[in-house]
Design a protein around this ligand. Structure first.
Ligand SMILES: Nc1ncnc2c1ncn2[C@@H]1O[C@H](COP(=O)(O)OP(=O)(O)OP(=O)(O)O)[C@@H](O)[C@H]1O
Ligand SMILES: [Mg+2]
Length: 271
């Protein structure tokens, strides 16, 4: 008997963006034969304004009612997107990032929107997605850009172990979706040829997934620029959480951070 995969878990905050993330997560759960788990985190305003007047019981009730409505709206959106999909919806108390990190421990995939109602106008990406991508034990998808364009998945590969893990994940995703896969390797030197280790890794996965059309393109550009450009024609951009460089203590490399802020399609970060 197969083990049931962990749920695809999506965080919602009442924003339109988070409802788009719910639809993305519902599609993904259906493809993976995984249940969908919708989580709304209820944060008491007292936590942020401890010196304000105490909340009246009736005010608290109305805040809780709003939270329940956010969760129910998200659930209805998932059900109309994927009527057969098992969906579990829950409202949990606490601060969003720690609660979602706890949820990620049991999830096969964590999905959030690139920004929500808390986003300051100037911020392109909410802190939740970046924090989760840096720290969650499971892959994290930040839904952004226009979904469903191209039946194409793009993966960034620099030859590092995390990028090769991202490559394996990208083959899985492309096979699930019947999509084409483009592996982008950005190089500083315009005369560089494809890294033999990458070619070998792609051939090895290609034998596992003979039906996935795959292309390795070597692009003379900064990696973030190459990946952001490629994202315009992709349904999903996949990167590793780290690459070849950086400080040992860094949780999320600069290329991953840049694509989380600027890509034109949903971004998956795999560690
Ligand atoms: N040259 C590249 N070509 C294609 N993809 C890349 C390249 N460099 C990084 N990436 C992608 O970005 C992911 C994260 O790497 P990133 O460069 O952000 O981290 P890092 O090398 O550890 O730190 P930093 O480069 O910020 O010092 C990689 O796993 C890979 O998916
Ligand atoms: Mg790097």
């Amino acid at each position: 008997m197969h083990d049931q995969p962990g749920p695809v878990t999506v965080g919602v905050d009442g924003s339109d963006e988070s409802l788009t993330a719910v639809e993305w997560a519902a599609d993904e759960a259906r493809l993976r034969h995984a249940p969908l788990r919708i989580v709304h985190v209820f944060t008491l305003p007292m936590l942020y304004a401890p010196l304000g007047p105490p909340l009246l019981g009736s005010e608290l009730d109305s805040l809780r009612e709003t939270s329940d409505q956010i969760a129910r709206t998200a659930e209805r959106r998932a059900q109309s997107r994927a009527p057969e999909l098992p969906v579990e919806t829950t409202v949990l108390d606490g601060a969003p990032i720690p609660v979602l990190l706890q949820q990620a421990a049991h999830a096969s995939l964590m999905v959030v929107a690139s920004r929500g109602i808390g986003a300051v106008g100037r911020l392109l990406v909410g802190s939740t997605g970046v924090e989760l991508a840096a720290r969650a034990p499971c892959p994290v998808v930040v839904v952004r850009g226009r979904p469903h364009k191209a039946q194409r998945i793009v993966v960034g590969v620099d030859g590092s172990d995390p990028s090769l893990t991202a490559l394996a994940y990208a083959f899985d995703e492309a096979a699930l979706r019947g999509a084409e896969l483009t592996a982008v390797h950005a190089v500083e030197d315009a005369t560089a040829t494809a890294d033999p280790a990458l070619t070998e890794a792609i051939e090895r996965h290609g034998r596992r997934f003979p039906d996935v059309p795959v292309d390795l393109v070597t692009v003379p550009a900064h990696p973030a620029e190459a990946l952001i450009n490629a994202s315009a024609a992709a349904d999903l951009l996949i990167v590793g959480s780290r690459g070849r460089g950086g400080f040992r203590g860094l949780l999320l490399g600069s290329v991953s951070q840049a694509v989380l802020h600027h890509a034109d399609c949903p971004v998956a970060v795999r560690r």
